[in-house]
Each structure stands twice: as structure tokens, then as C-alpha cells.
Ligand binder design. Structure first.
Ligand SMILES: Cc1cc2nc3c(=O)[nH]c(=O)nc-3n(C[C@H](O)[C@H](O)[C@H](O)COP(=O)(O)OP(=O)(O)OC[C@H]3O[C@@H](n4cnc5c(N)ncnc54)[C@H](O)[C@@H]3O)c2cc1C
Length: 430
């Protein structure tokens, strides 16, 4: 019987295993050093905040794996001998595979700052990071978070629920302005500040200072300011977790290089999820997309290739979408809304005066084609925008039918006039 081995029990690896089982009787083993069972990484913050227990993060009951004949192995793969199709574990055990799926996820970045390995300095990606955070915040009064991304703002919210004072350093002039257009970014910056976070724009970390016990005592910013703290959160992004695969025959760049079928340069070896890097991404898509739904789609696609003999299925992620939460504001994005639009991209922006709801719509200045939308504090229907993007709809169509895309029937009764007045003004200015 063919043995398919998957390294990584995250959304990519587990989706792949489940879909292989749907179509095949192959022996499936999923390996992870992190946890006994698959869990929802995106919900880690809720455990710390006391909204959920660790067990609530498991989407499947523990009996699910045996019933579906998916063998789970908790172990760390130290080396892969690709020529012999053999894994070597840190415990010295070995395991043979016929086909291997690498779904090893991400680790957080460290950029070589002085003091980055001190006690009390950490990122937030894994179960072990969460456990360490519990320990590190036991007697913590003041924290500094470095880096203005999605994990940074989550960490800020988490720490605030424990009454820890938070200073949040971001390099950009407003929160996540490398992704969000300036007006959206500024609104979120203000929202974060309104939650009592000391958000410092255009401020970077220079170094982290130790006390006499080798624990963090403060950080120094690039302008020379010293900020006392007992915790430093490193949230300057993640990178593929592939160090143990470097110096092997596997072709890697930032991630494990794969073709459109998610196949690496080595026969019978594939890579999916955060650790993979597409050699030729579709236009408007990035080679590495470290998000939940990309991992799920890759897992599902690869499972088909692995089980439907002679049928290689290309990875087609469709239109980009994503969602997140910035304290109380839900954010959704569909298509492409550039942070710094060029001459060909125009933006409509509407923002409610209470600064918790906003819409930014991007369209092509020449053809009027709808390019994408960001919404804040307003929940939209994925299927509607996906269809409009696929049908290459024009901006007029989107504006005329925006109501259709909204989940909340009351919303437009309240805000429609204001939104359209603002759009008209935007258009006249342009
Ligand atoms: C705090 C946080 C919040 C997030 N929020 C969102 C969100 O709101 N929306 C969104 O789209 N995405 C979010 N993400 C990103 C999303 O969680 C990831 O994109 C996704 O979980 C990656 O899944 P994966 O299957 O590729 O890898 P992972 O879930 O990282 O799984 C990889 C597994 O492989 C194991 N592994 C690696 N190497 C080895 C080895 N050598 N031996 C054994 N085991 C190994 C790892 O320990 C890990 O358990 C968030 C991430 C974090 C950390």
C-alpha cells in the first residue's frame, strides 16, 4: 500500500490528508512536533483572552483520526534523505515514504537585533509561543510590540485584556500602510489608540536591553528613546519554516519552490501552505501567501493530484480575499486595493464619522473596471464580490448594486445617502 507522509498538522497538511482519504485507501501519516492534534491557529488569541479553552481550538474530535485512518505522529523531522525516501527524526527513529508532502508552516522573523534572544522577548505563532506568553506575562506590567501587522494588533488586544500597558512600534506612517491605503490605515491607527495602546508611527527598534538577570528590561528606539518593559513582542512578519530543509537537494528560495501543481524539484515531494513558494504566481498574487484559506485550498488541490491517477490539478487560488479584526473593527478585502495606488488605480473612500466603519473601492482609471474593495466594520458577502471580480464588472455596476453585497439589511437604510454623497464628491475631485 502506498504510504503518503505529510510533515505538518496545520490547515494545509490536515486538509490534504482529509481529502486524500476521501479518494484513496493509501496509508496516511501526519507528523507534527507542535501538538498532538490539529488546532485553529487563527484562534490562539482567544485562549489567552479566556474566551475559549485550548480544547475548543480543535475542529475535530480526537476519535476522528483513527476512524479515518489518518495516523498522527508527534515528532520532529530532523533530516530528509530524499534519495532513500526516508525521514530521520530527532529521536533517531526513521520513517519511509512513497510520497511526501511538506506543510511545515511559518516561524516569526528575527532581524538580528541586539537582545532578540533575551528572556521575555518572543513572537506569537505556535502553541509553545502561547505557553511562553502565559509565563512571560505573569508579572508583566508593560510590553513593547515591534511591527505593525495582523499578529501585532492581536497581541496588543491580548495584552490589554490583562491590563498590561502596551507600546506598539510601527515603521509606517499609519498602521499596516504597507497593505492598507493611507486613509484606511489612519482610521485603524486611531482605533488602536482609542483602545489605550501607545501606538508610535515611524518608529523602529534599535536594540533590546537586558537587566542583570539576562531578562529584557527595556528597548531603545531608532531615535534613541528608552522604553522600559518586561515583554517584547516580535511581530515583524513570518517566514517559511524551512531551515531544516536548507542544504539539501530541495530547491528553496524564501520558501520551498513549487510549480503550479505544488510539486517541488524532487519527484514525489510536494509543498503546500505557508512554507511553499510558487515559482510562477498568478498576476496580482504573491509567491508566498501565508494565510489560512490559501493553505486549505492548496491542501485540497494537492490531494486531488495525489489520488486521481494521471490527473494533475493546478493550484488556482481565484480572486484574493482575506479578513481580520483590529480590536472591534472587522476588516474584509476582496480583489486588489493597493496601499499606494499608481496613476491607473482610483479609489472611492467613505468613512463614517464615528471612525469605525469605512469602505474603499479601487477601480481602473481608464477602463473603470472594478479592482477590489476594503470594508471596515461592515460585513460583506464573499460570493458577490468574487462574482463581480470574475465577471470584470465596472465600478458603476458595483456602486449600483453594493446593497446586494451587504449582510446587514439595516446598514444601507442608515448610511446609503452618506455613502453615495461621499462617492460623488470623490468622483468630482478625481
Ligand atoms: C496568531 C496568528 C493569527 C493568525 N490569524 C490569521 C487570520 O486571521 N486569517 C488568516 O488567513 N491567517 C491567519 N494566520 C495565518 C494562518 O494561521 C497560517 O497561514 C496557517 O495556519 C498556516 O497553515 P500551514 O498548514 O501552512 O502551517 P502551520 O499551521 O504552521 O503548521 C505547520 C506545522 O508543521 C510543524 N513542523 C514544521 N517543521 C516540522 C518538522 N521538521 N518536524 C515536525 N513538524 C514540523 C509545525 O510545528 C506546525 O505544527 C494567523 C497566524 C497566527 C500565528
Amino acid at each position: 500500500m502506498e504510504h503518503i507522509v505529510i510533515i505538518g498538522n496545520g490547515i494545509a497538511g490536515i486538509t490534504c490528508a482529509r481529502h486524500i482519504r476521501k479518494n484513496s485507501d493509501a496509508k496516511i501519516t501526519v507528523i507534527s512536533a507542535e501538538s498532538d492534534y490539529f488546532f485553529s491557529r487563527t484562534a490562539l488569541m482567544y485562549v489567552y483572552m479566556g474566551h475559549m479553552k485550548w480544547n475548543h481550538l480543535k475542529p475535530y474530535e480526537d476519535w476522528f483520526w483513527e476512524k479515518n485512518r489518518i495516523e498522527l505522529k508527534k515528532a520532529w523531522v530532523e533530516t530528509i534523505y530524499f534519495e532513500e525516501k526516508t525521514l530521520h527524526f530527532s529521536s533517531d527513529e526513521t520513517m519511509k515514504y512513497d510520497k511526501l508532502v511538506l506543510a511545515t508552516g511559518s516561524v516569526y522573523n528575527k532581524f538580528g537585533w541586539e537582545g532578540q534572544d533575551l528572556e521575555g522577548v518572543q513572537g506569537l505563532v505556535s502553541k509553545q509561543d502561547l505557553e511562553l506568553l502565559e509565563k512571560n506575562t505573569k508579572n508583566c506590567k508593560k510590553a513593547v510590540i515591534i511591527g505593525g501587522g495582523l499578529i501585532g494588533v492581536e497581541l496588543a488586544e491580548m495584552l490589554k485584556t490583562r491590563n498590561i500597558e502596551v507600546t506598539f512600534l510601527i515603521r509606517e506612517e499609519a498602521f499596516w500602510h504597507n497593505v492598507l491605503p493611507i486613509q484606511d490605515a489612519k482610521m485603524i491607527s486611531e482605533h488602536i489608540k482609542s483602545h489605550g495602546v501607545d501606538l508610535r508611527e515611524k518608529t523602529e527598534l534599535d536594540k533590546i536591553v537586558a537587566n542583570e538577570n539576562g531578562r529584557v528590561k527595556s528597548i531603545i528606539t531608532n531615535s534613541g528613546e528608552e522604553i522600559e518593559c518586561q515583554l517584547v513582542g516580535l511581530c515583524t512578519g513570518v517566514k517559511p519554516n524551512i531551515d531544516f530543509l536548507k542544504h539539501s537537494a530541495l530547491e528553496t528560495d524564501k520558501g520551498i519552490l513549487v510549480d503550479e501543481f505544488l510539486q517541488t524539484n524532487i519527484k514525489d515531494v510536494y509543498a503546500i501552505g505557508d512554507c511553499s513558494q510558487l515559482k510562477q504566481p498568478l498576476s496580482h498574487r504573491k509567491p508566498i501567501e501565508a494565510v489560512w484559506y490559501a493553505g486549505r485550498m492548496m491542501g485540497e488541490t494537492l490531494a486531488q493530484t495525489l489520488t486521481l491517477t494521471g490527473n494533475e490539478i493546478p493550484y488556482k487560488p481565484g480572486n484574493w480575499f482575506n479578513s481580520a479584526k483590529f480590536f472591534d473593527i472587522e476588516y474584509q478585502t476582496y480583489g486588489n486595493v493597493s496601499a499606494k495606488p499608481g496613476d491607473n488605480e482610483m479609489h472611492f473612500h467613505w468613512q463614517h464619522k464615528d471612525n469605525t466603519k469605512a469602505i474603499t473601492i479601487a477601480f481602473d482609471a481608464n477602463s473603470n473596471k472594478f479592482l477590489g474593495i476594503n470594508t471596515f466594520g461592515i460585513r460583506m458577502r464573499h460570493s458577490v464580490f468574487d462574482q463581480w471580480l470574475s465577471e470584470n464588472r465596472k465600478i458603476d455596476h458595483v456602486l449600483a448594486n453594493l446593497k446586494q453585497a451587504n449582510f446587514d439589511p439595516e446598514f444601507y437604510t442608515h448610511y446609503e445617502k452618506d455613502i453615495f454623497k461621499s462617492f460623488k464628491e470623490n468622483l468630482q475631485k478625481a
